[in-house]
Write a protein that binds this ligand. Structure first.
Ligand SMILES: C[S@@+](CC[C@H](N)C(=O)[O-])C[C@H]1O[C@@H](n2cnc3c(N)ncnc32)[C@H](O)[C@@H]1O
Length: 287
């Protein structure tokens, strides 16, 4: 019988890695290479998708309260920070790119906002159990090795703390491996998936069309990969939203089919997980 690509990890904390396959070399220093491009793309208020889809979902799902502490993992140039401080909460953003952190510090000068240069996959002082909530927006697929990142995520939260991941929907949006197609007979736009079930490292050109080799690396993994890694660090998924693009094509002969497809195939996936307030007693444990 064929084996599923992901075996469910044994429940409990682990430190071994499950790297994605194939690693094309990333020139230079990862996101620092493309920091000015990304900073411009996101700007002061977030990209189009941040403004219309991602940030409203983050606010709705995190339900931040004044006096809470919030960690933003892979914060980039700090697009989430103003929403956290506006809610009256304290914000700590961490990111591996010194240039993006510099940009965040220049953009956001709020007494309750702090930014740290830190690789989220390495042991970190901020993973200290003091956060009521943690978010990671549009970045889990930029991290090759989820396990140490999720261990830090779990360690950063206080008991009962919640974690929100929003990322490209792994079932429908796989760079280079998922595409739109048009069925002329049925007048429908369909989504074609060429690959899904195996982890993949996919280079993303940040300046397509230009003679530039700048790229970031996208790590695709099937949905089970995310859910099982969360479970393995003791975070339980309590909420899930599939987020759709707000963009619609212009009027034309295909627009009905295109609008229908935009409402049928989600763009992003939001997972809300919780760190249990009390540790589980495993079945079979003596009590
Ligand atoms: C697409 S950007 C998203 C940034 C921000 N959350 C947003 O929504 O604008 C991905 C970010 O992940 C960061 N990143 C990737 N790998 C990382 C790692 N191992 N540790 C910390 N940050 C990392 C990059 O530096 C980059 O800022």
């Amino acid at each position: 019988m064929p084996q599923p690509p992901y075996r469910k990890p044994a429940h409990g904390r682990r430190r071994e890695s499950t790297p994605a396959q194939a690693r094309p070399p990333v020139p230079g220093k990862g996101w620092d290479n493309v920091a000015s491009w990304y900073d411009k793309l996101v700007g002061d208020n977030g990209s189009d998708y941040h403004q219309h889809v991602i940030l409203p979902a983050a606010v709705r799902l995190l339900q931040l309260q004044p006096s809470e502490r919030v960690l933003d993992m892979c914060c980039g140039q700090g697009v989430l920070a103003p929403l956290v401080t506006t809610a009256g909460a304290e914000y700590v953003g961490v990111d591996a790119s010194p240039k993006l952190i510099e940009s965040a510090r220049e953009r956001i000068k709020h007494p309750k906002a702090r930014f740290l240069i830190s690789d989220v996959t390495k042991p970190a002082k901020w993973a200290d159990g003091s956060f009521d909530a943690a978010a990671c927006l549009m970045a889990v697929h930029d991290v090759e090795n989820l396990e140490p990142m999720f261990l830090n995520l779990a360690d950063s939260l206080s008991p009962g703390g919640r974690a929100l991941l929003i990322f490209m929907h792994p079932c429908f949006r796989i760079p280079r491996q998922s595409h739109w197609g048009w069925d002329e007979e049925r007048k429908i736009q369909y989504r074609r998936l060429d690959r899904y079930g195996q982890p993949m490292a996919i280079p993303i050109q940040t300046h397509p069309g230009l003679a530039s080799t700048l790229h970031t690396q996208f790590y695709h993994r099937p949905l089970a990969g995310y859910l099982n890694e969360l479970g393995a660090v003791g975070l339980g998924v309590v909420g899930c939203e599939e987020l759709y693009s707000h963009r619609r094509s212009q009027a034309g002969p295909k627009s009905r089919g295109e609008h229908r497809a935009a409402e049928e195939f989600p763009l992003f996936l939001a997972l809300l997980a919780v760190k249990p307030a009390e540790s589980f007693v495993e079945i079979g444990d003596e009590v």
